[in-house]
Every structure is written in structure tokens, then in C-alpha cells.
Design a protein around this ligand. Sequence first.
Ligand code: NI
Length: 384
Amino acid sequence: MTKHIPQLTAYLREVRHHLHRFPELSNQEFATTAYLREQLAREDIAILDLQLATGLVAEITGGKPGPLVVLRADIDALPIEEQSGVAFSSQNPGVMHACGHDFHASAALGAAIFLQRQRAELAGRVRILFQPAEENGNGAPAVLASGALQNASVIFGLHNDPGLPVGVVGSKAGALTAGVDRFAIRIKGTGTHAARPHEGNDPIIIAGQLIASLQTLIARNLPSDQNAVVSITQVHSGTTWNVIPEEAWLEGTVRTFNAASRDLLEKRLRQLLDGLAISFNASVTLDWQAGPPSVCNDERWAAFALEQASASGLEARTVEASPIGEDFAFYQQQVPGAFVMVGSGGPWPLHHPQFRVDDEALLPAALYLANLALAASTKLASAA
Ligand code: NI
């Protein structure tokens, strides 16, 4: 195996740079899917016939009987104009791999190649999900609906973390990412002349009260050892200086780390809005869109993923939970598993127009994923 490594290093870089050059938004990953299909075909890796509009699922069958182990990488990009300055910058205007999903897809492809070449040693099967539409949270439910996880014993996924140095793999038992909910609030008052506010019902005053009160949802409802975030990210009202408008509209997000906090904050938000509507005699309506829940790692598989990082020559670290969202959480509702963060070197954060991934992280990530899948198969096969 090791004699192929220099070629594979160069090849995987070339793959990542290609994907980086031609990023595609969620549910539009047609060229990306075709390109990955071509790369897998070169290695004679089987691709499952599933009803997926974009994205694909590859499968490697081992030389011995055993379980079904799943690896997942996401493949979509973001609506950001790239400013990273790299030679292989995006050629698709306004679209950028600013979350490093090009890195995830390339690492998973590398793992597929390693596993295919070592399949005689593999007990059972490894499925590799090249998942579309992670950024809008639609991808994982579509993959689940396709049946790709049927009979799976364990699933692993990765995300690059520019906050960790190259060579580090981070994970933890329990909540690793946040449950992500999105909400929009419409406040309907009565418009009037700015000089005669008593003749109307000012929605801006109500919005002001609401924004201040929202922070008490966390400060006065969750115990001090539990984290959550409520952020208002858009406020729109009014058109000019001397008119009190009819409506105000706000949008924002709630991030929580367990189902109980998530349910509690939604319930308390609804109560707060009902109370505001009564006290200001206005109409206040909520549009709540539930996103993925918190990625919740199985304790044993999280420990196993970290052990395998050490066994692969990487530094294993127990990390803090992060308030980002990750639709990998939907898979864990059906199959136990662990999600890991792979150091990508920074300095720019995820979703930044100057975001960059250090290519040095690529081959170790591919090898690590392959080792992890092999070791998990062996462990499950010997336990059976
Ligand atoms: Ni991402």
C-alpha cells in the first residue's frame, strides 16, 4: 500500500483542487457528482443504484463476511464570492467551497481507494456517502429516504476544523454540534403618522421589547451548565422617517445541544410572543423551521474514533461542542456513530471568503477514514 502513497497524495490534491475550482450549491451538485463517479469508476469501485438527484453512494465489499460500516462526506458549496487567493480559486462566480466540503469529498474518495485496494482484509462492506446539500440540511434526509443506511451498524463522518492544527483529530462523546432552528417573526401593528403614534400601534416598539426579552429565554430558563444561543440576524421595518409602519419582521436562529433545551426554548419563545401580542394588542406570528438536531456521538464509537486517530499516527483530542449545525445528526437518529473534526490549519474560519484548507491534511484524513472503517469492521465482525 505504502508504495502508492506519493502518487495518491498528488492525485487527491488534484481532485480537491478540481472540486474547489468548480463548487456547486446545495442540490445542484451535478458536475461534482459526475466527477466523483468518474474517479470511483477508475478504481472499479461499485456505486449503488439509489434514487438521488445529486450525490452518490459507493460501496466496497470485503473479502470476508462482516457488518456494514458507513463513512460520510458532504460535497456542496456556499453562496460566497471567493477571496482566498489560491491558484485553484472558484471559477463559478458567487459560489465557493468555504466550508471545505471539497476536502471532505476528496478525503472520502481517498479512503474509498485505500479500502478498495485493501478489500481482501475487509470484513463486510463499507459504504461511502458523498452527501449533497449539507448546507441547507436537505441532504441527509434525502440520503436516508434512498435507503442508503439500511442494515448499517455504524456511521462515521468528518468535518475539517480550521481551529485545529493539521494532524489533530477532535471529537467527544455526546453533543458535538448544535441543534439548529430558524425562526421568523412577523409583528403586525397599525401604521400611522410619526407625530400621532397614539392613533396607531407601533410594531417597532414591540420588536424592541422582543429583541431585549429574547435573551432572557436562555439566561432565565436554562441552567448555568447548559449552553444555547438565540440570535436575531435580520430586522426589517419601515420605509421613511415620519411614518410609523404597519409591520416589523425579524429573523434569527436558536442553537441548542440537547432535545430538552431545544423543546423548552421553542415553547418559551412561543409563550413570549403570545404575551407580547396580548400586552401590545398586536398580531405576532412565528414561523419556526426546525433544522438538524445536535450531532450526538455514541460514547463508545467516539472513543473508538479517537483511538483510531492515535493508531493512524494523528493526535487525538477531546474537543468542546461547537454551536455550528450539521445534518449528520439525522443519521445518528437511526444508526449509532461518531462525528470527528479534522484539523485543517486555518487561519480563516469556516464560511469566510478567505477560508483555506491546508493540503497537508488531506492524505492523513483519507488514511484515517480508511483505517477507521477497517478497524470498525474488524471489531464488529469479531464481536458477532
Ligand atoms: Ni460544512
